[in-house]
Design a protein around this ligand. Structure first.
Ligand code: ARG
Length: 431
């Protein structure tokens, strides 16, 4: 076997003439077969290599500034979570989608995402990230000019927007820069950071970076509650987590989806419990935790967005609850973060006699599965009930608060309703 292999190598390196002497005992027919086989293998290898290097697809990312002259900058646009900012971003992204999908780059275009809106000399300037998939053999300058060419036609589709595309403002950017930009924004999902759409939330166990805002609130270094990162120094959690101990020196916070090997541990500087928290009725079950020194955002550790004050949540919408809590009442917690998909339940339904019979007040929201099953449980408290918008940006709508046992029909999870406390959060943190 080894000799045959050696023989083949020699065919390539030294040519057939030499083979005859090196493997003198082989008959010409076998040598012929070997030569043909060798040539075929070499040819296929070179072919594949050339195909992959020259024609293989590769992602290319660009950044472009668009000036929209007839949209006036208002203070609402200061906040990326405002409905004005979202609507404008969506409109710009839709325009980009339509334009590129109707262009000669339709097959190369992947996604457009607005990352920044700021005031311009006239109107607003939107920074847009663009993702394309080009063959490797295309030339960088020609890629750039083809994109610029299409962007210069943008105003044709712009509808009511007046777009002034100053030419030459398409810049290629490396994937790490895109990631750095998006990590600083709130609520960036892992799939958004690669400007793709696919997210597979399969099963119930999370993977690294799936819920980068999830934290474990620890009492004397043992998991006690969940918490959610809303800035580089503040976390949101439940007030009832501090019923026994409220001295910040006994608390710390860890990040990373595996409890036993956290990516980071940070001490707590202060704890702000809602002054009107009532243990008996679970009212105002919300608290803020200030970290002792801020965390540096990474791919796996960054903040979620806060919803607007008193913003309505659509009944039936799909949301995710995450935590290291137990799988049944009285059970023990888990080591790998889990996720569950639940639906928002109307407060009227949740207050029905067979459900919670009036115990759900305006600062609370219910979420669960129609027949029970998926729910938060002991140890999940303080963790987020998160929802993504159509641009894959996540906000924390609820905080795990209470429930009758876990996962029973008509006894869904009850969450502190974050929009109800939005102004209190601003008062306490400036966020
Ligand atoms: N109070 C519990 C805790 O401290 C959370 C209960 C949530 N229960 C539920 N069925 N959703 O962890």
């Amino acid at each position: 076997m080894d000799d045959d292999l050696l023989g083949m190598v020699q065919i390539f390196v030294l040519g057939p003439g030499r083979v005859a002497s090196a493997t003198g005992s082989l008959n010409p027919f076998v040598v012929g077969i070997l030569v043909v086989a060798g040539v075929v293998i070499l040819g296929v290898t070179i072919g594949l290599l050339v195909h992959f290097l020259a024609f293989g697809q590769k992602s290319y990312l660009y950044q472009s500034d668009l000036q929209i002259t007839n949209v006036e900058y208002t203070s609402q646009l200061d906040s990326p979570t405002s409905s004005e900012y979202r609507a404008l971003s969506r409109t710009i992204e839709n325009l980009m989608n339509e334009t590129f999908k109707a262009s000669n780059l339709a097959r190369q275009f992947r996604r457009a995402h607005v990352v920044r809106i700021r005031p311009g000399d006239q109107g607003v300037i939107a920074t847009v990230l663009l993702k394309f998939q080009f063959k490797r053999n295309t030339n960088g300058a020609s890629r750039k000019s083809r994109i610029e060419q299409i962007l210069s036609q943008l105003h044709n589709n712009a509808g009511t927007m007046t777009i002034d595309v100053s030419s030459g403002n398409v810049q290629p950017i490396p994937p790490e820069t895109v990631q750095d930009i998006l990590i600083r924004e709130c609520g960036s999902s892992p799939e958004l950071m690669t400007l793709s759409y696919e997210r597979i939330i399969a099963g119930t166990e999370a993977r690294a970076g799936d819920w980068p805002w999830q934290a474990s609130l620890q009492l004397n270094n043992a998991h006690h509650c969940g918490a959610v990162l809303i800035s580089n120094t503040w976390l949101l959690t439940a007030a009832h987590c501090f019923r026994s101990v409220s001295d910040p020196r006994q608390w710390s916070v860890t990040f990373g989806y595996i409890l036993s090997s956290p990516e980071k541990r940070v001490n707590v500087r202060s704890i702000i419990i809602h002054p009107n928290y009532i243990a008996g009725t679970h009212e105002n079950d919300i608290a803020l935790v200030e970290l002792n020194g801020g965390v540096t955002f990474t791919r796996n550790i960054h903040r979620i967005c806060l919803p607007q004050a008193n913003q309505d949540i659509p009944v039936g919408a799909s949301a995710y609850v995450t935590g290291w809590g137990s799988l049944q009442p009285g059970g023990s917690g888990v080591n790998v973060l889990r996720q569950g998909e639940v639906q928002i339940i109307s407060t009227d339904d949740c207050n029905a006699p067979e459900s919670y019979n009036g115990a759900v007040t305006s600062g609370m929201i219910c979420a669960g599965k129609p027949g029970g099953g998926t729910d938060a449980c002991q140890g999940d408290s303080g963790g987020p009930l998160a929802m993504a918008d159509s641009r894959q940006i996540w906000s924390v709508w609820g905080i795990v608060s209470w429930g009758y046992e876990c996962g029973l029909p008509n006894k869904p999870g009850v969450y502190t309703y974050v929009p109800y406390y939005r102004d209190w959060i601003t008062q306490q943190t400036g966020l």
